[in-house]
Write a protein that binds this ligand. Structure first.
Ligand code: SAM
Length: 207
């Protein structure tokens, strides 16, 4: 599905040109979330925007089954090459969730939600929450207004800017995290520095 915010051609081109552009090490957020999921005995997770899988392997190494969703076919082929073909990755946009009727004990969504517009963000949070099993956890990372890029590029709407090549980004603060995730069992907002300052947002679905 192509629309104002979903940019399959941008991601496809990025992966063709830059290949494994974030290396093979998992992000700090993935390591922290792995520890959290292991502590909570999470056994199967969904990763929307899984890329070429660098954030997936650490969960699989800890006996957690991973299912992914990814918009770039090239990224999916790279994931298969590096991590094998025994991981289900749905090819499509998260805006078209759900891709299956499974319930997951955990969802990890890294650096994706801030690429969407307001109604798409709302739908992603609701779709993820709907696919959580009772007592399941979802962890999102999202860029913060503390990022030096905040306010750069073309203004689109409040806290949302065109960063490059038609890619728009919404920059969060604690208030907007609470406003968007408050309806989905939000219980913790932490901060983590990746290549940019991010929020690590944890939600739980009550049983
Ligand atoms: C900023 S990257 C996230 C980082 C990546 N998961 C990693 O390993 O660090 C965003 C990822 O989500 C994918 N993506 C972007 N928009 C998407 C959408 N609407 N639906 C599904 N995947 C999407 C991109 O192709 C890319 O793999």
């Amino acid at each position: 599905m192509a629309n104002e915010t979903v940019k399959p051609e941008f991601w496809e081109k990025s992966f063709i040109e830059n290949q494994e552009m974030w290396g093979f090490e998992p992000s700090k957020s993935a390591v922290l979330t792995k520890d959290f999921f292991v502590e909570k005995s999470v056994k199967n997770i969904l990763i929307p925007g899984i890329g070429y899988g660098r954030n997936a392997q650490i969960f699989r190494d800890n006996e957690i089954t991973v299912t992914g969703i990814e918009i770039s076919k090239t990224a999916i082929e790279m994931a298969e090459k590096h991590y094998g073909t025994d991981m289900t990755i749905y090819h499509g946009s998260v805006t078209d969730m759900p891709f299956d009727q499974n319930k997951y004990d955990g969802i990890f969504c890294y650096a994706l939600i801030h690429l969407l517009n307001s109604s798409e963000r709302k739908k992603l949070i609701a779709d993820c929450y709907n696919q959580l099993a009772d007592n399941g956890y979802m962890v999102f990372t999202a860029i913060s207004k503390e990022a030096p890029t905040y306010g750069q590029g073309k203004f689109i709407s409040q806290d949302r800017y065109e960063i490059h090549d038609g890619v728009n980004m919404f920059f969060y603060d604690r208030e907007s995290v609470r406003a968007e995730f408050g309806v989905a069992g939000l219980f913790e907002i932490a901060e983590v520095t990746e290549n940019f300052p991010f929020f690590l947002i944890k939600c739980r679905k009550a049983g």
